[in-house]
Design a protein around this ligand. Structure first.
Ligand SMILES: Nc1ncnc2c1ncn2[C@@H]1O[C@H](COP(=O)(O)OP(=O)(O)OP(=O)(O)O)[C@@H](O)[C@H]1O
Ligand SMILES: [Mg+2]
Length: 237
């Protein structure tokens, strides 16, 4: 199951708070879009809305021929969509291996898990830490584990919420390398929400900037590079 991600006239609400206002976004299959915007712009809300988790939406979110808004979060995962949340949510008392094995349990025949050994080949650093408990991992190692765990679910669309947040530059580089490896080996479609625009744009084909819950720029990474005014107005640069 794969195809383009198409978001049309998406509105999102938390209770009575209206947070996204008619967002349109197309991410062609196999490409990466950097989703940029300052604090509170609506990046996390857009990713949650795509995954149909924790937020009430109207409008349309289609992935290939599937209407994601009609599916429970569990079925969204079965449709090949995995969200790696900002707070990572790994099991800190379980080891790296146990965290990865647990993710294989959610698999179904139509979407068999990627074997843990294969994941460890893709994330060699985790291989060295395979018996270590989650609480004893650094922030960057936890981030790699969160991405690796999502990959166990064999997604075709990966939604990453600020994977570089709080990480030292050297570790950010490792996270970026891991994302690049996944892009090329799994021909993944990726939406990468980031405050760190340089990191995200380097990994992206296209850029979408949101502000106040509205899209204010949508174009190729090359076009974005020429948009000094967009960067100055809507991003912390
Ligand atoms: N659970 C919630 N209940 C009510 N309002 C919320 C909730 N979560 C987020 N919001 C509001 O929705 C708006 C968008 O928040 P969101 O988390 O999507 O922004 P963001 O772009 O991800 O920001 P950041 O860069 O800080 O992560 C903000 O005004 C925020 O206060
Ligand atoms: Mg956020």
């Amino acid at each position: 199951m794969s195809g383009d991600l198409e978001v049309r006239d998406l509105h999102a609400h938390y209770g009575t708070a209206h947070v996204l206002f008619g967002v349109d976004l197309t991410v062609p299959a196999g490409t990466t879009t950097a989703l940029l915007g300052r604090n509170g712009a609506g990046k996390t809300t857009l990713l949650k809305s795509i995954a149909n988790a924790e937020v009430r939406t109207s409008g349309s979110v289609r992935y290939g021929s599937t209407d994601l808004r009609a599916l429970s979060p569990y079925r969204v995962a079965r449709a090949g969509v995995q969200l790696v949340p900002e707070d990572r949510r790994i099991f800190t008392r379980l080891t790296v291996r146990e965290n990865l094995r647990l993710a294989t349990k959610a698999a179904t025949p139509e979407r068999p898990p990627v074997p843990v050994d294969r994941i460890v080949e893709l994330f060699p650093l985790l291989g060295d830490l395979i018996g270590r408990a989650g609480y004893a991992l650094s922030g960057g190692e936890q981030q790699l584990l969160a991405i690796a765990r999502a990959m166990v679910g064999n997604p075709s669309l990966l939604l990453l919420d600020e994977p570089s947040e709080g990480l030292a530059p050297r570790i950010v580089e490792q996270v970026g390398d891991a994302i690049e490896r996944l892009q090329s080996e799994f021909s993944l479609t990726v939406v990468l929400a980031e405050q760190n625009s340089r990191f995200a744009v380097d990994l992206a084909d296209a850029v979408c900037v949101i502000d106040g819950g509205r899209v204010v720029f949508d174009g190729s990474a090359g076009e974005f590079a020429t948009q000094d005014a967009v960067r100055e107005r809507y991003l912390q640069v």
